[in-house]
Design a protein around this ligand. Sequence first.
Ligand code: CS2
Length: 495
Amino acid sequence: MAVSDSVSRLGLDTLHRVPAESRPLVRPGSVGVGIVHLGLGAFHRAHQAVYTEEAIGVAGGDWGIVGVAPRSRSVIDPLAEQDCLFSVTTLSGEGSTTRVVGALAGVRHAAGEPQAVVGLLADPAVRVVTLTVTEKAYQLDPVTGRLRADPEVAADLSTDRPPRTVPGLLLRGLAARAKADAGPVALVSCDNLPANGARLRGLVEQALRQARMPDDVLDWVSTGVTFPGTMVDRIVPASTPETLATAQRTLGVGDLAAVCAEPYRQWVVEDDFPGGRPAWERAGAVLTTDAGAWERLKLRSLNGVHSAIAYLGALAGYATIADALAMPHLTTVLRRLVAEEIAVSFTPPDGVSVAGYGDEVLSRFANPAIRHRTLQVAMDGSQKLPQRILHTVVDLRAAGRSARLTALVVAAWLRFAAGRADDGTALPLDDPLADRIRAALGGAGTPTATVDAVFALDEVFPAEVAADDEFRADVADWLTALGRHGVAATVAGTT
Ligand code: CS2
């Protein structure tokens, strides 16, 4: 159901009609701006915005967020009309609750007003910049360490035109900040990447170097900017008409920027904020000196398993992650994958049992109210597989162990990328490397030839994995089984 024209919209002047328990903790406009966020998707609204609002609510501080949408206006237009208010509906099997969040103090469109965004990044009031720009925005070549050749990025780095890309915005923003000597700032990646802080630092340093920024800017950045690593976690599926309808039913007014999410949330943040930060710990975040072990735990045991369910589930014809878990024997195979392979591939944070964490993850995935589409999780596989699946393979094989079940996930991705579900339905390949993956798959005939062709993509497959004959043979075996028997029978055959 769409919000009809006759329904009043959420905004400061209609807040009094919203039930008291659903009203925001912070009134937009009542706190000053302290944070700029790049990437105003559903995840940011249901995660960092919620933590920040709660932190301001408990401990105060001028930490209002200006949300920047890099390209599309589809979120900022409704938010601008709603005085930056939006709601988060928390969905569980027992029902749902909806609350309006007041953390956003403004919205900006980077493509339409790049200079305003550069100005914000150079504003002394802004001391924290957070990012959710997805894996593919961190365009560093794993082999050369340089920014990947992308014509838009290259134009941002080599000309004075207003920036259009994330590296370009950060480059111009930091140069302007250095010039204005506007005070130190923390740049905080909230994307699902290992060592995301170090990656963001690499991206910024490369951008500065490749754009030949003067030494005084480089010096200022090296002393005035920090890059704390983080682990972010909350399942936030794309909003649907149902999300908007639920929000409207609860709020009594329409909300075109509504998001929904699971009840669970976690945020582990390295505490390195030279200009200060919101009291996120008061909202349940864990502030630490090193988020690395938490990142590995989450990327391998949550996101890796998520991707496994997405590819196997989509091939077997399941539309959502929760539905796919109903596939007979799948849960057993996934629990073995976690216990026998993922859990022995890394050292978890002190006191955490990976098997226990994995079980909790599976029960979160089974939440029937979260209709997270397998195709949503399946997209951008080339950007996700390395940290979710292939690093597990590297570590297992270096320790002389088998990665047999992990190989099933790689085979499922290859079969998914080939574009046909088990019943012949076409599957979309939504991936920045789609053309190259298709080209590699196109020429190949046998499963072994397919593995040879795709493992040659060195942006995806680490050299150790590409050179591992036993692992390649395992993947080819699974591909053969999936081709002959389909997912359901293959999964059943492993137990
Ligand atoms: C998912 C994640 O879309 C995906 O690839 O695996 O977005 C996942 O829902 C979140 O990382 C959960 O924190």
